[in-house]
Design a protein around this ligand. Structure first.
Ligand code: PRX
Length: 655
């Protein structure tokens, strides 16, 4: 296959949607051209008309965009709506018995919820939240695995006007504590345990650890009993889900909020400091979530959409919960892991639930590709009609495998570029019309004003690599870094004096106008499609009692995209042999405990010092070269002490 791929790259082969797909696509060439024209003429009006057409408003808006305090943009400002009402209630007239959620447990058991059942579950829980003292604007942390109750909890928060912040249940208690503190959360919704790959994981225990010692804003912890596993419950603070919903009405009048009312916060890594609480709005966010499901995922009434992302990430917010539900679609959610009980699990789920639209990350595709072509072929994947990828650039080899083996050369692949901050897909093929190129996310969606600029902000010609920016504001853009306006400006707008939203990626545009994302330009790693700040991992390492200094870089990894490679300086003599091995393991465990297993370094090198310039700046460029095991050929004369490099190049075997 590799030979095949390189020749494909040389030929720069194009892939076209089939006639059959084109014919039924939501966005045809004609509609696309009309949209482009309209967005070009009046970008704000383009979005405002769509907001009126696609969302249900309790109070219509008259202000399309308020940019008087740019870059703090406000969309559809005087309108009122409720996100949960838009995701559930408005479908009840014609889709009450339609399946909303198909939930596959880790052990293969399946639960299903119609829109009416979803409505009842969400309303009961919304009433319970109110009874427990949750009001509009309160922050609620959701720390749960991929089970329907996580969706009920998100929808119930939206329904009462509370601001949810979902924290990925794989994050450690220390990460959870930071987020609780930053959000000033009043409540945590969690589970006693989660079940993944046949294992029981103690979820509530992490919540207890995060809240240990008190002094936080949390008054209540609601615990969904996923199994009958017994856990400690703290009197007055902790209460079971089944107890809070007991006797609650399945009627709840959704609280209509201002369009700009924050729907949720989602914490993401930045290059400096603690994770940023990305604040999203209600109206603007929901609009792009809805539209991109219609445009990019081409959702139809009879589709079964499976986005494999966890609700702890933005992809889970926009393409599991808010987008598909706002369209009245049927979604699949899965509690387990792709390789349990066998590496055919994903394909078995696609077969058993007749999944028609499937969206996952390149890291999962690469991992499953390793098991060969025969495994997916054992399953009936004939219902699939559209495939998607997200999170990092997809290598052409994985793209082709996905296209041929999973999609049987008949499903378009939408390589969707976006971020936690953009709220929804920004650059991606429109599957009925776009010519696909493996490795390119192709073109910005109508209304999205993406550009490549140089360091001075000049727009570059096609072919030149540069900084990816978005000039015009768009409805689902980040509104603020929770509680820190200065950080919002510094992180996204300062570089070009508010002229552009600065993405943090580098990219180039080819002669045909297709975007190719090259990677991050800040000190952020992309491990398995998830952003990790090098700074956070370094802080975690330095918090170990034996570590004096740490520097973390990314190393290209076959499956994960990038792996975490750490260089540390100890405050003791460097131990040797078995002692060093034990310390390395301990450091890895320490990072997992401080941040979560996802951030655990794959490799650690212990040095007597780190390569620094005379002004004390760590030269990461050199560390990246060392991590890759390559020779340093660039100039190192600015280094304070060149001999450090030799020592850091020593692998444990040569130490
Ligand atoms: O570097 C880009 C990469 O992931 C970053 C956003 O990460 P996060 O906020 O965690 O959201 C991931 C899911 C939306 C981007 O700045 N990225 C995301 N999608 C792609 C991508 N890089 C290349 N191609 C993509 N399709």
């Amino acid at each position: 296959m590799s030979n095949n791929i390189s020749s494909i790259l040389q030929e720069n082969r194009n892939f076209f949607p089939s006639k059959k797909f084109k014919k039924q696509a939501n966005i045809t060439e004609q509609i696309y051209q009309q949209m482009l024209l309209k967005a070009e003429k009046n970008n704000v009006g383009f979005w405002a008309d769509l907001a009126k057409e696609k969302l249900t408003w309790a109070k219509d808006f008259t202000v399309d965009l308020d940019d008087s305090k740019a870059p703090f943009y406000r969309w559809f400002t005087d309108g009122k709506l409720n996100a949960s009402y838009n995701c559930i209630d408005r479908h009840l007239t014609d889709k009450s018995d339609k399946l909303a959620i198909i939930f596959e447990h880790d052990d293969g058991k399946v639960d299903q919820y119609t829109y009416k059942e979803l409505h009842d579950e969400v309303c009961r829980f919304a009433n319970a939240l109110t009874t427990q003292g949750i009001e509009k604007g309160d922050r609620v942390i959701i720390y749960m695995p991929m089970i329907p109750q996580a969706i009920f909890a998100m929808q119930a928060c939206a329904r009462v006007g509370a601001i949810h912040s979902v924290v990925f249940a794989g994050f450690s208690s220390a990460s959870l504590r930071d987020r609780i503190e930053s959000a000033g959360a009043k409540m945590i919704i969690t589970t006693n345990v989660s079940i993944r790959g046949g294992k029981t994981i103690l979820v509530k225990k992490s919540v207890d650890e995060a809240l240990e010692g008190g002094g936080n804003s949390v008054c209540k912890v609601i615990v969904y009993a996923r199994t009958d596993y017994k856990i400690a419950m703290q009197d007055k603070r902790d209460i079971y889900w089944h107890d809070v919903v007991a006797g609650m009405s399945n009627y709840h009048d959704a609280v209509m909020v201002e369009s700009e009312h924050p729907l949720f916060l989602l914490y993401t890594s930045g290059s400096t400091g603690k994770p940023k609480g990305v604040q999203h709005s209600t109206g603007g966010y929901l609009l792009n979530a809805h539209l991109t499901n219609e445009w990019v995922f081409d959702l139809k009434d009879d589709d079964v959409f499976w986005c494999t992302a966890d609700v702890g990430w933005i992809t889970g917010h926009t393409y599991v919960v808010y987008g598909p539900l706002s369209m009245g679609a049927t979604i699949v959610i899965f509690e387990g892991v792709p390789t349990y009980p066998s590496a055919g699990r994903f394909w078995e789920i696609c077969q058993n639930h007749a999944v028609s639209v499937f969206y996952t990350a390149p890291t999962a595709i690469r991992a499953l590709m390793k098991f060969g072509d025969n495994l997916p072929k054992q399953y009936d994947l004939s219902k699939l009609r559209l495939l998607g990828t997200v999170g990092e650039p997809i290598n052409p080899e994985a793209w082709i495998w996905y296209y041929k083996v999973i999609g049987n050369e008949s499903c378009p692949i939408v390589d969707t570029w976006w971020q936690t901050e953009t709220g929804a897909v920004m650059i991606a093929p429109l599957p009925g019309i776009t010519t696909m190129k493996p490795g390119s996310c192709t073109k910005p969606l109508p209304g999205i004003d993406a550009k490549i600029v140089d360091e001075k902000g000049n727009v570059l010609d096609n072919g030149e690599g540069g900084i990816l920016v978005i000039e015009k504001p768009w409805p689902s853009m980040i509104r603020n870094v929770w509680g820190d306006e200065q950080r919002y400006i510094d992180a996204y707008f300062k570089q070009f004096a508010n002229k552009y939203y600065v993405v943090g990626d580098s990219a180039h545009i080819d002669a045909e106008g297709n975007f190719w994302i090259l990677g991050r330009i800040d000190d952020v790693l992309n491990v398995s499609g998830h952003r990790l700040g090098t700074m956070e991992i370094e802080s975690a390492l330095v918090s170990h009692q034996l570590v004096a200094e740490a520097a973390v870089v990314g190393k290209p990894h076959e499956i994960k995209g990038e792996s975490v490679f750490a260089f540390v300086v100890l405050n003791i003599d460097i131990p040797s042999g078995e002692k060093r091995e034990i310390l390395m393991q301990d450091l890895k465990k320490h990072v997992a405990k401080e941040i979560g297993a996802i951030a655990k370094p794959d490799e650690i090198r212990i040095g007597i010092n780190l390569p620094k310039t005379r002004s004390g700046k760590i030269m990461r460029r050199l560390l990246r070269t060392i991590a890759k095991g390559e020779e340093i050929t660039t100039d190192t004369s600015t280094l304070e002490d060149e001999s450090i490099l030799k020592q850091l190049q020593k692998t444990p075997e040569t130490f």
